[in-house]
Structure formats: C-alpha cells, structure tokens
Ligand binder design. Sequence first.
Ligand code: BEZ
Length: 221
Amino acid sequence: MRSLDFPTNKTSPPRLYPAFSGDLKVYDYQGDSWLILFSHPKDYTPVCTTELGQAAIEHAEFTKRNVKLMALSCDSVEDHKGWILDIAAANGGEVKYPIISDPKRDIAALLGMLDEDEKEAPGLPATVRKVFVVGPDRKIKLQLVYPTAVGRNFAEIFRVIDALQLAAKFPIATPVNWVPGKDVMIQPTVSDADAEAKFPGFKRTAVPSGKGYIRMTPTPQ
Ligand code: BEZ
C-alpha cells in the first residue's frame, strides 16, 4: 500500500497534544515503531470518549507490540486539552499519545476521513472513525473504517496488529477468525521444499481438487 503522506508543506502543520503541544513531524514521532493513526468524529462526544480512553488504558499492550498511537480530531487544541480530562475521568486512562487538531480538516480530507468537497463546511461533515496501521517502513498496512454510530473494537485492533507483525516476519497468512496461538497458513508462493525447511511437519488439508494449497502450521515464534 502507499505510504502515509502528510501535508508537510502546508503553512499550518498539524497541532498535537498532549505529549507535543506544538508542531511535530509524524515520522520523527513514529521512529522505528509501528504507528496507529485513528480519527474521531468530534471532541466531547460519548463514543469517542470511550475509544480514546480505551486506547489510553491499553498503553502497555501497544508498547509491548512496539506500536505508537496518534489520534486525530478536527477540534481545537484547547478542546483537546479539556477533553482529555473528561476521558481520564470517564475511563480511568491518561492520554499519553498526541491528538492532532485539524480544524480546517486538511489532514482528514487528505487521508480520506471525510468528503473533500465538504471539508470547509462549518461543523460538518464529521470525521469517520478510521484506523490506519502503518509499518516501520511508513507504508499503510491496513485500514479500518467505522461509521460514527459504531465504536471500534480494540481486541480486533490488537488481533490485526499481531497478524500483521507475524506476516511481516514469516511467509504466512492468518485464516478466518484467527487469534494468536491458532495455526496459520503457509503462503502459496512458498514451495513445499521451503515450507518443510521453514515449518517442519506442516499439515496439508485434503481437498477434492487435490491441489494441496492449504498448508497449516503452528504459529511460528
Ligand atoms: C460519538 O462519538 O459518540 C459520536 C460522534 C458523532 C456522532 C455520533 C456519535
């Protein structure tokens, strides 16, 4: 997928809070980590408050996976400053990751978080709940898009991070409803000889076609 191109040449670069109340280069912040950029319809809204709170509570789980978080909400830095106090009070998690303030919705429009034609409309349109998972190579590995009415599921976010990180290390793919610890599938591009060398004792699922393309192996370490 393409890399995450932020409008670095804009006159008003992203404003960030709380770790960086000022301008920040996204890739400096990301460093060698994975990055999750997740957008929100609006400050001081109930579902978003739970989402940012959950992200704060899960800080150790993200750190364990070498993932840094960055949120985006179109409201002002002042609103963000007040809102994080509500987030902490309502959920018990202190927001330690930056929240981009994007009042003109330049970034939201650029990253497909709202309709470009309407980006100057006062108060509207709301930013959708989008999640970008960006690899250490700066490439977008995965996108999730939820409507305003549906809050995200952090168990699913951790599941896809675990699957992405595994597939970045090994020539495998994860099957339907995979969760960590369950068997994974050897990618079709891997020859049987390589598969045997890399995943000794892998199991082939018999299918009527006899093609033998379903090759399962325990989660590699
Ligand atoms: C919310 O986060 O609660 C929300 C935001 C915009 C529309 C509906 C719900």
